[in-house]
Design a protein around this ligand. Structure first.
Ligand SMILES: [Cu+2]
Length: 148
C-alpha cells in the first residue's frame, strides 16, 4: 500500500518534470533589451509596460560606454542614486545581466544620470509551477523526515 503510493507520486513527479521540459513557457528563459531599440537611456524607467519578467531571464543593456554604464545596486542605492563600494559595474556597452529572484535594481552612475531617470527596476518572479514544485518538494521531504 505504502509502496503503491510511492510509485504513484514518482509517476506524478516524472509527469511534472516532462511537462516542465516540454512546455517552452516554463523552460525557455527570455531575453529583453532594456529600452527596446533606443537602448539603455534616460527614459528607460518607462520601458516596457506589462511584461512579466522571470528569474533567469536576461536583460540586455545597449548603450554608448563613453557616456553610460550599468551598476547593479541594492534598493537603497537605487532610490538614492548612490553606488555602494563593491557594486558590480558593467561598462561594455552591450551587457547581459541575468535577473535573480526578487527585485533587481540597476542604475547608471555617471554624474546626474540616475537622478535624471537612468535607473531600472525589474522584479524577477518565479513561475507558478516552479513555486508549486518547490512546495511539493518541501512536502515530500517533510513526510520522509516524519516517517523516521
Ligand atoms: Cu548614463
Amino acid at each position: 500500500m505504502v509502496q503503491g503510493q510511492g510509485r504513484g507520486s514518482a509517476v506524478a513527479m516524472t509527469l511534472i518534470v516532462c511537462l516542465l521540459i516540454l512546455h517552452p513557457k516554463f523552460t525557455r528563459a527570455a531575453v529583453y533589451t532594456v529600452g527596446g531599440v533606443r537602448g539603455w537611456g534616460f527614459d528607460s524607467a518607462s520601458w516596457p509596460g506589462g511584461k512579466r519578467f522571470r528569474a533567469g531571464d536576461t536583460l540586455v543593456f545597449n548603450y554608448n560606454p563613453a557616456f553610460h554604464n550599468v551598476v547593479v545596486v541594492p534598493r537603497s542605492a537605487y532610490l538614492g542614486c548612490t553606488t555602494p563600494t563593491g557594486a558590480k559595474v558593467y561598462q561594455t556597452g552591450n551587457d547581459k545581466v541575468m535577473l535573480v529572484r526578487g527585485p533587481n535594481y540597476f542604475i547608471c552612475n555617471f554624474p546626474g544620470h540616475c537622478q535624471s531617470g537612468m535607473k531600472e527596476k525589474r522584479q524577477g518572479i518565479l513561475d507558478t509551477l516552479s513555486t508549486w514544485l518547490a512546495h511539493q518538494g518541501t512536502l515530500v521531504r517533510s513526510s520522509i523526515a516524519g516517517s523516521h
